[in-house]
Ligand binder design. Structure first.
Ligand code: NAD
Ligand code: WQD
Length: 338
């Protein structure tokens, strides 16, 4: 059964392509390679023993997308990762994010409807909750006003799916990821940040590798046990497996609602200092860090209630923070050697 993975050469998409192939699905990837490399397709093949089909296509290129769907009438469902994801960049260049993430998704949904492809798994984010009133956050926690254009595009994507399902025979599974991190056990695929990383774990691994001199901890005066922000870090392989389960729920007609929403996290919150300590413990390395000011826009704490995903999807994150740090470090060493 052929599954289209948009953004499939990216970080989470490539891990999901592996899990899909390991589960017997035929994978076809489209990506415009704006934040990834076509070599990833070979790495996915090295890991899973099968090479996914690949076409370089921009979701904003309507004609290209039309031709693609015309040629691939056997696509049964879509897993939609393709988007820009840098929060700070989206503040600086909002229209780039609206055009890419929202227009790109409109084009995709248009083609799916035209071609009778009626199932989609969508990458959403815990960012839709903003600063939550109560922790852990459940899927029913209020959606707050978006704090960045990026966050708005994730909310808009969710809304488009609810609205589309209301008037079409169309099913979606919205997955709200918390903080994805770690890499495949093989160290053949992982996150490839371009330039100076914004995210904590790539900054830690690059500091350990000597690429960055000092990690700045963005504030230690928050109202948390050690004063640093708390997040729910989730291993990318656990996340990837959840996509296969979400897809199969729709393929097997097990979804109860046309548009379903699930949090994907571990349900545990870890502080920035706990992440640094876990990295140092599993690698035996020391991270040079300093305490800096708070980063604008950071929520104090957020972590997920995973009850719905555990009970309804039958999915549970299996890997702990130590494993996330170990695999992230193996991946960093691999890319530093390339
Ligand atoms: P990524 O940048 O590694 O992967 C996204 C891929 O999409 C890239 O390969 C990029 O080249 C491609 N792409 C972007 N715009 C495109 C377009 N117009 N047409 C075709 N391809 C395009 O990012 P990721 O971390 O794998 O994120 C995947 C999805 O998960 C995104 O939708 C992101 O918003 C969402 N998400 C990510 C995180 C995270 O922290 N990584 C958290 C929550 C949600
Ligand atoms: C984690 C913690 C930082 C770097 C982002 C997006 C969110 C979602 C997930 C896509 C924070 C601190 C970081 C550093 C630090 N992505 N930090 N020093 O901001 O929780 O979430 O990724 O949907 O939308 O905003 O993740 O890894 O940037 O930060 O102290 O050099 O680490 O301040 O407390 P964040 P992050």
């Amino acid at each position: 059964m052929k599954i289209l993975v948009t953004g499939g050469t990216g970080y989470i998409g490539s891990h999901t392509a592996v899990e899909l192939q390991n589960s017997g699905y035929e994978v076809i990837v489209i990506d415009n390679l704006c934040n990834s490399n076509a070599d990833v397709i070979d790495r996915v093949a090295d890991i899973s023993g099968k090479k996914p089909e690949f076409e370089k296509i921009d979701l904003c290129d309507r004609e290209g997308l039309q031709k693609f769907f015309g040629k691939n009438s056997d696509i049964k469902a879509v897993i939609h990762f393709a988007a820009l994801k840098a929060v700070g960049e989206s503040v600086q260049n909002p229209l780039l994010y609206y055009r890419n993430n929202i227009s790109g998704m409109i084009n995709l949904l248009d083609e799916m409807l035209k071609c009778g492809v009626d199932k989609i798994v969508y990458s959403s984010s815990c960012t839709v909750y903003g600063e939550a009133d109560a922790l852990p956050v459940t899927e029913d926690s209020p959606i707050k006003k978006a704090e960045s254009p990026y966050g708005f595009t994730k909310q808009a994507g969710e809304q488009m799916l609810f609205d589309t399902a209301r008037v079409n025979d169309f099913k979606s599974c919205i997955l709200r990821y918390f903080n994805p991190t770690g890499a495949h056990d093989s160290a053949l695929i992982g996150e490839l940040p371009i330039g100076v990383p914004n995210n904590l774990v790539p900054y830690i691994t690059q500091t350990a590798a000597g690429i960055r001199e000092t990690l700045t901890v963005n504030g230690n005066d928050y109202d948390t046990p050690d004063g640093t922000n708390i997040r729910d870090y989730i291993h990318v392989t656990d996340l990837a497996k959840a996509h296969v389960i979400a897809l199969e729920r729709m393929l097997n007609g097990k979804n109860i609602e046309k548009t379903e929403v699930f949090n994907l996290g571990t349900g545990r919150g870890n502080s920035v200092m706990e992440v640094i300590n876990a990295f140092e413990k599993v690698t035996g390395l020391k991270i040079k860090y300093r305490i800096g000011p708070r980063r604008q826009g950071d929520v104090v704490s957020i972590y997920s209630d995973t009850g719905k995903a555990n009970q309804i999807l039958g999915w549970k994150a299996e890997r702990d923070l130590d494993n996330m740090m170990l695999t992230a470090w193996k991946w960093q060493k691999h890319i530093s050697e390339l």
